[in-house]
Design a protein around this ligand. Sequence first.
Ligand code: AMP
Ligand code: MG
Length: 320
Amino acid sequence: MILFKNVTRDVYSEKELYVLGTNAVLKAYGKNSYDAVNEAEKVLYDIDKNMSIFRSESEVSKVNKNSGISPQRVSSETFYVIKEAVRYSRITEGAFDPTIGPLVKLWGIGTSHECIPLRSDIDKALHLVNYNDIVLNETEKTVFLKRKGQSIDLGAIAKGYAADMVCKIFRKNKVSSALIDLGGNIYALGKKSDRSLWTIGIQNPFSKRGTFAGTIKVKNKSLVTSGNYERYFVQSGVRYQHIIDPRTGFPSTSSIVSATIVSDTSIEGDGLSTGIYILGLDKSIRIINSLKNVDAVLIDKNAKVYVSSGLKNNFALRKN
Ligand code: AMP
Ligand code: MG
């Protein structure tokens, strides 16, 4: 689905597209907004082509097919995203782990074959998950997974990288005000056209879509949420959601049901949001407080909302 609204060609352009497994909306204000949005669209499709695990010819799929066999040469973009993914794995003590592929495939959450797998299959897949088995060669730009059957899934970080790339294109085209929304992975560039701050809603994880738990006012910030409402299935009254804990092989059961990271770059927000979601409140708060220019809104199972100190003046709680 592609919809192009270019109201007054040089003032405002908006485009909706399906990319990276999600609905994306690009809204840009400014003289070059039409060209900027078109250029961004192309770049988004390229990122999808290189990094999707749903495309058998993508660079990531090739790395996965060659696991335990041979290093695979990739573009510097894909190399960078995998390298950053390893960095966020370390920061989140392995909660975020891009080698989660075998477990994601086994659970199939959000696909037609979603199910609770056999314990023995979970153990087998779990054994293959370890970001320390990613061998990166910076000069050759190759990626190698040490063991056969291992696979990389960049679903928890690629959208963040993509939002940063769109932002870069917009800035290059002198777009001074824009909202980049890649399926809830948001970058608010500059201020709104009326010079006020952008107001971004955080989905209430206990209410229907479009109901907000709170709002944040920002400029030049990325907001990325990992939430239990994104993709899940329910069996015998239990909800199994799409973020898998690499320590157990099961969907995360931490105290957090929604983790929003507010940061300067979206790759950082995306990488952190998934790990933070898994780690639970205490550890997550410690990690957030240790990082510069990173803030968070965390919602726990009891609907308690934790807001990091840097957001105190910009966050407003919503009573629904
Ligand atoms: P996000 O919405 O950014 O939290 O990403 C969730 C997606 O990342 C899932 O749909 C999986 O494809 C993948 N994923 C699930 N669990 C993990 C994990 N522990 N580490 C890295 N990626 C994961
Ligand atoms: Mg993420």
